[in-house]
Design a protein around this ligand. Sequence first.
Ligand SMILES: [Zn+2]
Length: 72
Amino acid sequence: MHKGRAKRQLSRIYKREKGICSWCKAPVPRDQASRDHVVSLKKGGTNDDSNVVLACKGCNALRNEEARSEPS
Ligand SMILES: [Zn+2]
């Protein structure tokens, strides 16, 4: 994905979720906000807004770790 597009999407998602992490429901500082896929791209998820949620750094790292240890 183009970098500029990803940035704009993050802004949209951040506004949509009102700055709340979708996983732990904690407020996420704007500079620590990251996108997370509900259905991972590996499993056929898309980059569409409907498949992307706001995640704090901690949750994103945790989920990435789980994804890595998942048998494929
Ligand atoms: Zn979180």
